[in-house]
Design a protein around this ligand. Structure first.
Ligand code: FES
Ligand SMILES: [Fe+2]
Length: 425
């Protein structure tokens, strides 16, 4: 049973918390490059790990991510004027550069040097894979840049979206690790969603599953097997890269999908959705489908990252579809099925009331691993999942002989191989 202390340990990420300290050791996806596409475009609000930040691109294209509030009297710099290499507070004109340094305080004589003494907290940024990543930890511990395949393929091979989810980040991560729910929650969609239809999707409808979890250097590999043809097993193999990256087993020649589950605060997270194909551009049809909320992506309320289906409208649940075996939950779309189910556990699930079973083994091991890694950094140990090599992994969906050890037999399939497509049936 998970105690209150254990639950708080894993779910709370504000500054100074053990999990907050751990997450601050990684590059964190913070916003889409397209949110601040042009030099001097409007700034955008960013929330990460309970901290309210502002992001902007200055006249030279440099990116700043810093404290949202003006150091003078606390006005939100979201109202700021982004001009001439800095963001200017509209209240009294104080101006900041991308490092958070104040470069102009109009009311004070320049010779006083006052503005040099004012600096907002600001974080290092890196742009990779159409995403702006932020590093919020100590400068001397900054890791190498992220090396996930989706972030390094040519832009035409990739589609990235994000959506807010109204619950703690760990609930979403646990959904990503728990591959068994696919046979239930998503079972009807595997046949109808154009980005999932495949032979593997048919095997996945089988609910007699067995689970094997292997701990790796960067996280965990979760193998779920189901009967396939005689003498063969169908394996769906998920990757979890610490702390919050998951890679979903593919279907047929469809592209690979993955997520990052980033805490905004303790009761809200950003679900990043990455689709990429290692060896080909995404087709116009695939892109069109994803832009309209297909596959793992969702339709958003215009001007926001909140899904159109959300808890205020009960996710527009369709009880008739549920009753007539068209949708297992009655919620439309794979991503929103996950979101609805995970949000329904409450803003922070009380894990003290659970009754875990053997197929929850992946979730149990992930919790234990996160705790171990977070405790490790208090003893000066480097956390897992920082090394770029640990990011260069893939999920897979393969058919193997009954006698094969899946981890050995799938070793090649689980590594990024340049110019070689993913293993998928
Ligand atoms: S509050 Fe920003 S300049 Fe005064
Ligand atoms: Fe799911």
């Amino acid at each position: 049973m998970t105690s209150r202390e254990q639950n708080d340990f894993l779910t709370r990420t504000d500054p100074g918390t053990p999990m907050g300290n751990l997450l601050r050791r990684y590059w964190i996806p913070a916003l889409l490059s397209s949110e601040i596409a042009e030099p001097d475009c409007p700034p955008v609000r960013v929330k990460l790990l309970g901290e309210r930040l502002i992001a902007f691109r200055d006249s030279q294209g440099r990116i700043g991510v810093m404290d949202e509030f003006c150091a003078h009297r606390g006005v939100s710099l979201w109202f700021g004027r982004n001009e001439e290499n800095g963001l200017r507070c509209p209240y009294h004109g104080w101006k900041y550069d991308v490092t958070g340094q104040s470069i102009e305080v109009p009311s004070e004589p320049v010779e006083s040097g006052f503005c040099k003494k004012i600096k907002l907290a600001a974080y290092d940024c890196i742009e990779r894979g159409d995403v702006i990543w932020v590093y919020m930890g100590a400068p001397e511990q900054k890791p190498p840049p992220p090396n996930f395949e989706w972030a390094t393929v040519p832009p035409a091979h990739r589609f990235v979206s994000k959506r807010t989810q109204e619950c703690n980040w760990l609930q979403t991560l646990e959904g990503g690790i728990d591959s068994v729910h696919v046979s239930f929650l998503h079972r009807h969609d595997l046949r109808s969603d154009p980005l999932h239809v495949s032979q593997g999707a048919e095997f996945t409808r089988e609910t007699a599953v067995r689970f094997e979890v292997i701990e790796t250097k960067g996280g965990m590999v979760i193998g779920v097997r189901r009967p396939a043809m005689p003498g063969k097993l169908y394996w769906r193999i998920t990757q979890w890269v610490i702390p919050f990256h998951t890679m979903i087993p593919p279907y047929g020649d469809n592209a690979l999908n993955g997520h990052a589950f980033v805490p905004l605060d303790d009761e809200n997270c950003m679900v990043w959705c990455f689709t990429h194909h290692p060896t080909r551009s995404l087709s116009a049809h695939e892109l069109e489908t994803m832009r309209h909320g297909g596959g793992i992506h969702v339709k958003l309320v215009p001007g926001s990252f909140r899904p159109v289906l959300n808890k205020d409208n009960d996710y527009m649940i369709d009880r008739v579809a549920q009753q007539h075996h068209k949708s297992y939950s009655g919620v439309k779309g794979i991503a929103m099925q996950d979101a609805a189910i995970q949000e329904s556990c409450g803003p922070i699930q009380d894990r003290g009331k659970e009754n875990l079973v053997s197929t929850d083994n992946g979730v149990i091991m992930a919790r234990a691993r996160l705790r171990r890694v977070a405790l490790g950094i208090t003893r000066g140990e480097a956390p897992d999942g920082l090394e770029p090599a640990t990011h260069a992994v893939r999920s897979a969906a393969i058919v193997l002989p009954e006698t094969a050890s899946f981890y050995d037999a799938a070793a090649d399939a689980l590594a990024v191989r340049d110019g070689v497509a993913h293993a998928s049936v």
